[in-house]
Design a protein around this ligand. Sequence first.
Ligand code: ADP
Length: 447
Amino acid sequence: MFQKILIANRGEIALRVLRAAKELGIQTVAVHSTADADAMHVRLADESVCIGPPPSRDSYLNIHQIVAACEITGADAVHPGYGFLSENAKFADILAAHNITFIGPSGDHIRIMGDKIEAKRTAKRLGIPVVPGSEGAVSDEKEAKRVAAEIGYPVIIKASAGGGGRGMKVALTEADLEVALQTARTEAGAAFGDDAVYIEKYLQKPRHIEVQIFGDGAGKGVHLGERDCSLQRRHQKVWEEANSPALNAEERSRIGDICANAVANLGYSGAGTIEFLYENGEFYFIEMNTRLQVEHTITEAITGIDLVHEQIRVASGGGLSVTQDDIRFHGHAIECRINAEDPRTFVPSPGTITHFHTPGGLGIRVDSGVYSGYRIPPYYDSLIGKLIVHGRNRVECMMRLRRALDEFVVDGIKTTLPLFRELVGNPDIANGDYDIHWLEKHLAKGE
Ligand code: ADP
């Protein structure tokens, strides 16, 4: 087992990883920018190292500073959290070259899944259902037209190097194709320095359903069920649930087994998420995230398994603590992402939190790095906490969530709490009846 883990992240996820390391009796090193000297994860870590000024590229994304911090403190492993360097293959390779364990998959697996065309090709080869579309990048308009005619309109043009929902264009008919292709190519070139694009069928009312997987790196793979993250705004997840209100047990184990076998065959190591669009009973692979996700907490709630413990175990060579047969699903869990944002305009609202009071009681978990008197720096994302609620079934979970939202107090800044108070009372949400467009439509109606 590791002696000392350096946590290359900030905010609630740095604290989340720190807690797991402490439970396992492992020493922790926090790294932070000058803007985060007062952060909770810095206060609670055994040691801390300042790695640079506030901008992320000079601190949390600065590989040299982080490797130097490992060497100064003698850390033998790095947990990257999510975001920042968590899906940076070069970072994983550099750590390996320094004999420091990256708590995550190999650089090669990160690289494959980071290239959307390569990821889709690999998924298909491993037996994962994919969205019908071009085999790889399309070279010109003629080829694009041929593929689109074959799969049928509407189609979506996507950047091979894409991420964060950028570089995607929908063509409803052949008349739109030329412009969509050109725009997607130009945007992809500007945003990612790579103008390769591919085409796939555009699904009109899908849900976003993702499967949590784990590989031991030695040919074993398990799945921990799915999460439904259809409630999104600008491709950003807002509310997540496990299990999905749309799947039955047969669909759950079918797609879960496909994913578990795929990661086993890939020889994948650590936690990952295979993301699908789901429509009319069919799953369509969109991407794989080779890291821990923000919403891993709801999977923890329904399985009782600590995913960060498991990541650390696997990375240290200890293998998985569970087999597929050991994994059971209990009840229902929902996560609300509490952001420091105006709940109507979603404009960030940094500032000082004058009062912070979190709900408690059975089935409630709050993961947050903030406290009364904490000043939110303006440099990073606006997530200030996650409210995770568990109940024996979805109805109980929703009742408890409503009560928890009433107890939650954040004064001094604007937050998205009022949005969740509204959502929890909405009949469509109560019925689990929503797709990936529901939230944006609902917000547009409210204005
Ligand atoms: P990114 O890596 O940029 O986030 P994804 O491939 O994960 O790109 O897609 C982001 C979002 O775009 C999806 O969650 C979905 O809302 C939409 N999308 C992607 N592909 C399709 C498709 N074939 N049909 C409909 N919507 C899609």
